[in-house]
Design a binder for this molecule. Sequence first.
Ligand code: 5AD
Ligand code: SF4
Length: 440
Amino acid sequence: MMTDHPTVFLHTYGCQMNVYDSELVGSLLTTDGFRLVSHPEAAQVILINTCAVRDHAEQRVLGRLNALGTLKRRRPGLLIGVLGCMAQRLGEELKNRAPAVDLVLGPDAYRRLPGLLRERLVSGATAAFCAGDPGETYGDVAPARGEGVNAFVAIMRGCNNFCTYCIVPYARGRERSRPPGELLDEIRRAVENGFHEITLLGQNVNSYRWDETDFSALLDRVAQIPGLRRLRFMTSHPRDLGERLIERLAGGGAICPSLHLPAQSGSDRVLEQMNRGYTRAQYLDKVRRLRERVPGLALTTDLLCGFPTESEADFEATLELMREAAFDDAFTFKYSPRPGTRAAKMKDDVPEAVKLQRLERMIALAREQADASRQRLLGETAEVLLEHPSPRDESEWTGRTRCGRVALAPGSFQRGAEVRIRVEAIRGFSLWGKPAAPNT
Ligand code: 5AD
Ligand code: SF4
């Protein structure tokens, strides 16, 4: 027998876009009478929102589904649903790999989730895969956000870039932007609810377009929303990052001096094979413009090693690009072939041991650069938007600077308070400093 408010535990793997999607799913479910719970033990439904970008991410999900299969043998009524990119990529096939799964729903199919769950809770109907509507933007769904100071807002969905290594265009479908009016309403509501910092999300925010409104124009409108203190966005594609956007970053106001600009490789030959649409020189030229125009910018990147045909010289060109760009932080990955992509048809010819060794070298340099970037801030002042007491030491609060760096301030504050600190020390990966005078 079904209870009035079936309980759902929702676990999210992967990127910020998945976090946002889980907030949409939470909203769709609670609007339909389901109740979200914070532990899987008692839940009638367990949903896993998945990532398919790397093989490693999928293996983790399969491991988790295997464990849930054991749980289901003890609790036969339990429903297990797989959402997100891996659901879309594998579809029906997921049932063979994880027999305990009842529902498989891609990123454009979440509207069907409450109905499909109810059917199964009542009648135990058989497993289903659902791909959904390729034009879906969930424009009318108000994300169910937890408490915090930062809210994600997806301004677009999907990707048309087809970088040859990447599964996202297959898993998330074609690019579609949301209308500015709808976005402004969503952001205004979030700000009214205490989210002082907004991060606009898209696979490639630079290609946002709705009629005459491009991304720079959208930023201008969002930045004027009363009460909004900080505005960030990700991810920017280097090919599409233009002078107008650099000017917005330089202009300050609510727009924060932080930018995530994935380079992927420093070798022109590899960039071409990846279909990235820019050269090393073009990338570095944009970095030079950014550094000139946006002093204090925190520039982060994604880097991929071991792409098919990558030689030692190609890899060294990536390390050299890292040095020239002087990144403030870098997310580093070793290539894994994703079935169905163009690169997966190429021979995966860089031996695993070489990939691992290159990855370690990239990680070491990235760590060095991140350390140096924090050290440069010693003695500087920084404005910290405080989020919560530090989990390590309740007598301190943790938050982020305008550049997005984690910072600690001793004292007791309220969520959303903004303090100015002089950076006196680096504690682990965090800046530390006593607050001068509170701004709010
Ligand atoms: N293998 C390894 N890393 C990948 N990424 C995307 N596809 C792959 C793949 N097949 C990395 C890229 C991207 C980040 C989100 O994940 O660096 O920017
Ligand atoms: Fe993948 Fe390239 Fe699209 Fe980014 S821009 S999601 S790497 S295809």
